[in-house]
Write a new protein. Structure first.
Length: 305
């Protein structure tokens, strides 16, 4: 399923999703074999059957726990929140975030994982995900698939992603930036669910990566000096109105391999529907990235502060 339907590259966030999807389908199949409902905690343990006596003596009863990825009984603990995503970590580590979202989704629905929850994840996997899909993009795909199953299923999916501090209330705001298109990158926050509270501080997660099929290694830079660089240092500037922000600009190094990176801005809305504009610059010369033919995509999501 993961290999032939999803087509996710095995690195960065797409690699973590690759690992997670395999865990999700494996857990659903194991629960079906054992006739275990989604509420059975034992059905969410990955690798429980391969724990040796020494590992068990130390209190480990599984490799990973999809419901409680950071639990002490996990031989390979993982982060439980999108706030704790580590762009330098192995894909097996970061997969704990979407793993937990899926497990909570299934438990929110009740009954058996294999009756509804895994079907929604399947529909998201075959919906045309980009090969370098981010967590935000995948979450939006699962909620879109859930909406076709009814409002209760959609709410269960949305609540599950909120539980791992990833909001999917934003519209699709992934755009390519290139010298040919001359497009600005705008992230709109409108009709957010749950509604944003004025005066409350939120974290805006901004994910930046290469458009599928492209990499910085092959990008036609206008400046030949960039040819030998291992990474591209970007200056990310947050503009707009209707909010306060602690730090309006940050730098991010985007590897030439085409992987993605995540940075966070702390924002405090002063209007119910603030407008955020994300602008990318080459940090070395403060030149708009739009002046270079570099196909970059940007996705933004609100996470709980």
């Amino acid at each position: 399923m993961t290999q032939h339907e999803s087509g996710l590259l095995y690195e960065g966030q797409s690699g973590a999703l690759n690992e997670s999807i395999s865990d999700c389908f494996g857990a659903a199949f194991a629960q079906w074999l054992a006739k275990k409902p989604a509420s059975d905690a034992g059905g969410w343990l990955i690798g429980a059957g391969i724990m040796g006596p020494e590992a068990k003596a130390k209190g480990f009863n599984c490799l990973r726990d999809m419901v409680n990825p950071s639990a002490p009984h996990c031989l390979s603990p993982q982060p439980v929140s999108y706030k704790d995503f580590d762009p330098t970590a192995d894909v097996h580590d970061n997969s704990g975030i979407p793993n937990r979202a899926f497990a909570l989704f299934a438990q929110n629905l009740g009954g058996n994982t294999y009756d509804m929850a895994i079907k929604v994840w399947h529909d998201a996997c075959v919906s045309g995900l980009p090969s370098r899909a981010t967590f935000v993009e995948f979450a939006q795909a699962t909620v879109a698939a859930a909406q076709k199953k009814g409002p209760a299923v959609a709410k269960a999916a949305t609540d599950a992603w909120h539980s791992v501090d990833l909001s999917v209330g934003l519209p699709d705001n992934v755009q390519a930036v290139s010298s040919r298109g001359r497009r600005h990158v705008n992230a709109w926050i409108e009709g957010h669910e749950p509604p944003l509270e004025t005066g409350r501080t939120y974290r805006l997660a901004v994910n930046i990566g290469m458009v599928s099929g492209h990499s910085l290694a092959s990008a036609p830079f206008a400046e030949p000096d960039f040819e030998g660089e291992e990474s591209l240092e970007l200056l990310v500037v947050l503009g707009g109105h209707g909010f306060l922000v602690k730090k309006r600009q940050q730098t991010l190094k985007l590897p030439r391999t085409g992987d993605s990176g995540v940075i966070y801005f702390e924002i405090t809305p002063v209007l119910p529907t603030p407008l955020l504009r994300i602008s990318l610059y080459l940090a070395s010369e403060l030149t708009l990235l739009e002046e270079f033919a570099v196909p970059v995509k940007v996705a933004a999501a609100i996470v709980v502060a």
